[in-house]
Design a binder for this molecule. Structure first.
Ligand code: NCD
Ligand code: ZN
Length: 342
C-alpha cells in the first residue's frame, strides 16, 4: 500500500503542559489530531472545574491561527475532590473525564489519591452521571517490582473497584501488559488506550547498547510477550481498544539526567508510528477504527468527518526539536520511519 486515507484521528490521552512548553508542542498535535483528552497533571494540577476552564482557555490561545482543535478537559482526582465538583464539571460540557493518579506513581502525581476507596462518594456520582474515570493503573508500593505494578493494580484495586461500581465507565490508560488486555476483554464498561511506544518496543529498548532515557515512560515498557498482546488487541478490531499517545514532553535536560523524568514525546509523528506498528502485523486496514472511531464512540462524541492522508515514504525522525530552554527528543529519534502524513 502506498497511500492511506483516514478519518482525522483524535488523541485520547495527551500531555500538553503549560506556558512555553504548551506553545512548543501543541502545533504538532493540532497537525495530526482534531481533538485530544488533555491530562490534568500540571503543577499545580487541574483540580476544579474552574481550573479546567482556565486551562482550556490557555490551550485555545496557543492553537496556531487558522487551525482547528478541540481540547477535551479532565479533572485531577485528589483525596479531597467533592461530588459537587464532578456535578459542576459535568454540567460545563468541557470536562469529559476524571483522572486518577495514585499519589507518587508518575510525573506530577504528588497530589494524587492516597487510597482509592477515599473516592467512593465521587465514583458514585461519576457512575450516575456517566462521567468516565481514567486510571493510571499502577500501584506505588515500594515492595512491588516496577514491572509488576500494573498487574498488581488490576488485582488489588481494579477488580474491587469494578465490583463496587460495575456501571462506572472506566478507561485503563496506556496499558502495557497482557493482564490488562485480558481484564479489559473480560469486563463491561471498561476500555483501554494504547501508546505507540508500547506497540513498537519492548523493555530491551531501555538498555540497547546503554541506558536510553528517551524510551523511559510510565508504565514502563514490558517484555516482548506483552508487546505482542497489545499489538494483537490494538489490531483486533475490538472497540474497547483505542488510540491514546501519552505523548509526555520533557526537555532533553530533564530526561538525560541522573534521575530522568518519565515520558516519551510522540506528538510529532504519532499517527505514523501507529501506522508502522499496524503494518508490522499486516493490519493497516484496522488503523482507522482504532485511531478515529472507537475513541469518540466510547466518549459518546461524534466521529470526525475530515480526512488525513499518509504516504508511504521513508524519512528520518529528527534528533531534536525546539522546546523550552533545552530541546526535546522525539520518540525513536534518529530512526527511519516509512509512513509520512501529507
Ligand atoms: C507522564 C508525564 O510526563 O506527565 N509520564 C509518562 O511517563 N507517561 C505521566 C503519565 O502519564 O504517567
Ligand atoms: Zn499520561
Amino acid at each position: 500500500m502506498q497511500k492511506l486515507t483516514l478519518t482525522r484521528p483524535d488523541d485520547w490521552h495527551l500531555h500538553l503542559r503549560d506556558g512555553a512548553a504548551l506553545k512548543a508542542v501543541l502545533p504538532h498535535t493540532v497537525r495530526q489530531f482534531a481533538r485530544a483528552i488533555v491530562m490534568p497533571n500540571l503543577k499545580p494540577p487541574v483540580r476544579s472545574f474552574a481550573d479546567a476552564v482556565a486551562y482550556r482557555d490557555r490551550i485555545m490561545a496557543a492553537i496556531p491561527s487558522g487551525k482547528h482543535f478541540e481540547p477535551l478537559m479532565t479533572l485531577y482526582l485528589t483525596d479531597n475532590t467533592s461530588p459537587e465538583e464532578i456535578i459542576a464539571a459535568k454540567a460545563s460540557q468541557f470536562v469529559k473525564a476524571v483522572k486518577y493518579y495514585p499519589a507518587g506513581a508518575t510525573t506530577n502525581s504528588e497530589f494524587g489519591v492516597t487510597d482509592i476507596r477515599r473516592c467512593d462518594r465521587v465514583f458514585e456520582t461519576m457512575e450516575e452521571l456517566e462521567m468516565p474515570l481514567l486510571l493510571h493503573g499502577e500501584v506505588t508500593d515500594r515492595d512491588v517490582d516496577v514491572f509488576d505494578r500494573e498487574k498488581v493494580f488490576i488485582k488489588q484495586q481494579l477488580i474491587p473497584l469494578k465490583l463496587r461500581f460495575p456501571k462506572l465507565r472506566v478507561v485503563l490508560e496506556h496499558i502495557t501488559t497482557s493482564d490488562a488486555v485480558n481484564f479489559v476483554l473480560a469486563n463491561n464498561n471498561i476500555a483501554a488506550t494504547i501508546t505507540p511506544q508500547h506497540l513498537l518496543f519492548n523493555r530491551n529498548m531501555l538498555f540497547k547498547g546503554g541506558i536510553r532515557p528517551h524510551f523511559y515512560c510510565l508504565p514502563i515498557l514490558k517484555r516482548e510477550k506483552h508487546r505482542q498482546a497489545l499489538l494483537q488487541a490494538a489490531t483486533s478490531g475490538n472497540p474497547k481498544f483505542f488510540l491514546g499517545t501519552d505523548s509526555a514532553p520533557h526537555s532533553r535536560d530533564s530526561k538525560e539526567s541522573s534521575c530522568g523524568c518519565a515520558g516519551c514525546f510522540s506528538a510529532l509523528h504519532a499517527i505514523e508510528l501507529y501506522a508502522e506498528a499496524f503494518e508490522s502485523v499486516d493490519a493497516l486496514d484496522k488503523l482507522e477504527a482504532f485511531a478515529s472511531f472507537y475513541g469518540p464512540d466510547f466518549y459518546q462524541l461524534p466521529r470526525n468527518t475530515e480526512q488525513i492522508t499518509l504516504i508511504k515514504k521513508t524519512w528520518r525522525i529528527p534528533n531534536e526539536l525546539p522546546f523550552i530552554e533545552s530541546g526535546i527528543v522525539p520518540l525513536g529519534a534518529g530512526n527511519e520511519i516509512t509512513w509520512q502524513m501529507a
